[in-house]
Design a protein around this ligand. Structure first.
Ligand SMILES: Nc1ncnc2c1ncn2[C@@H]1O[C@H](COP(=O)(O)OP(=O)(O)O)[C@@H](O)[C@H]1O
Ligand SMILES: [Mg+2]
Length: 358
């Protein structure tokens, strides 16, 4: 008989994408092949408490009800090599330690997708799904991503990197600097958020001031970017050294842009798989996605996002997500499904890729 594989699925976390992570985790847990596997779902609350979920119903994870389950136990990953997950009772007495074979961080954004938790996994010596510390950190910071992606020669929107310190010193000088380089409309976005948190499109001076104020609430470093009028084309990349890209898909926000509301609240957005671009452009954008994945040193999986201009089908790289949305309606699993790799096989594949790297 095959050895039992213990897999720890981490979800939640302190980032603004906590809720999305729970919905992704439900889909991952539900679709994960359970044969010969012991699954440990561990949730991180919005204020950073770690708990081993004691319930059976994964729907409670998506809804947030999981936190109230009376069978939950405080648990955390020890940085001590070989110790693994430390489980405690209500008196904070250690009752058990469990060494997982693998950790699947179904976490989005801050502390989950930015290399920090990957650092803990490295210190603990436990294999994990997805990118390593350096690739995760570089892919989370949009200004660093741009500098590395520039080495591939793929076009990007013109941009400026701006800091909170210089904004505080002279806000109007910053507006002038942006206007000297870029024409309206401009996109203003924090370097290290996701889910469009703090992202604005500014069409005039007063919108620009409000956009800067908003973005600097979330980050000390932000981007001002040229507006690209194009289709939003997304590419799912899977693999390590031999990473492959699925047929590119497209999101039509059905709104001014793909903001937080459009992503999670309203239902105006529509997905198209394949993207409504020529076959040649689809092939090309897939090649570009793999190039960028490689340049950033990614491993396992990532979703690489582009704009494709409507008139000439120019491809413009936008950003990369190393732990893309994994809900059952998310683009990443849907694009693989359309290419013949169903959700549960996809999960097996990212797990195998993580173990292959060890
Ligand atoms: N330069 C740009 N031109 C046109 N639209 C943009 C540009 N930058 C961002 N957007 C819009 O804002 C959305 C969110 O920006 P993005 O850079 O993808 O940040 P996030 O990491 O929060 O998803 C994009 O999906 C797109 O709709
Ligand atoms: Mg995006």
């Amino acid at each position: 008989m095959e050895k039992l594989q213990t897999i720890c699925v981490l979800f939640g976390g302190v980032s603004p994408e906590h809720d999305v992570s729970r919905v992704s985790a439900e889909a991952v847990l539900r679709n994960m092949n359970k044969e010969n596997r012991r699954i440990l779902p561990i949730g991180i609350t919005k204020n950073g408490q770690w708990m081993l979920f004691g319930g059976e119903d994964y729907a409670d994870i998506a809804s947030g009800k999981w936190e109230e389950n009376e069978n939950n136990r405080a648990a955390f990953l020890s940085p001590v090599r070989g110790m693994g997950i430390v489980v405690m009772d209500e008196k904070n007495t250690v009752t058990e330690t469990i060494l997982p074979d693998l950790i699947f961080p179904v976490l989005h954004g801050e502390n989950g997708e930015d290399g920090t938790i990957q650092g803990l996994f490295e210190i603990a010596g436990i294999p994990y799904v997805g990118c390593g510390v350096c690739a995760a950190a570089a892919s989370m910071d949009k200004s660093v991503t741009k500098l590395i992606a520039a080495t591939t020669g793929v076009r990007q929107a013109n941009w400026l990197t701006l800091t909170r310190r210089s904004y505080k010193k002279d806000p109007s000088a910053m507006c002038e600097k942006i206007k000297q380089t870029l024409d309206y409309p401009v996109f203003i976005k924090p370097c290290s958020t996701g889910s469009s948190v703090g992202v604005s499109k500014a069409k005039n001076d007063s919108e620009l001031s409000a956009a800067l104020e908003q973005a600097f609430r979330f980050d000390r470093k932000i981007l001002a970017e040229e507006f690209i009028d194009g289709r939003e084309v997304e590419v799912a990349v899977l693999g390590n050294d031999n990473a492959k890209a699925a047929t590119a898909g497209e999101i039509d926000a059905g709104a001014e842009f793909y903001d937080y509301e459009t992503k999670y609240v309203t239902s105006t957005s529509r997905a198209y798989i394949p993207a409504r671009i020529s076959d040649e452009t689809n092939e090309k954008v897939r090649r570009y996605a793999v190039k960028i994945f490689r340049a950033l040193g990614c491993a396992g999986l990532s979703r690489v996002d582009f704009f494709v201009t409507r008139d000439t089908e120019d491809i413009v790289f936008n950003e990369i997500n190393t732990l893309p949305g994994f809900t059952s309606i998310s683009m990443y699993p849907k694009m693989w499904d359309a290419d013949g790799l169903p959700f549960s096989a996809l999960i097996d594949r990212v797990i195998d890729l993580a173990l292959e790297e060890c």
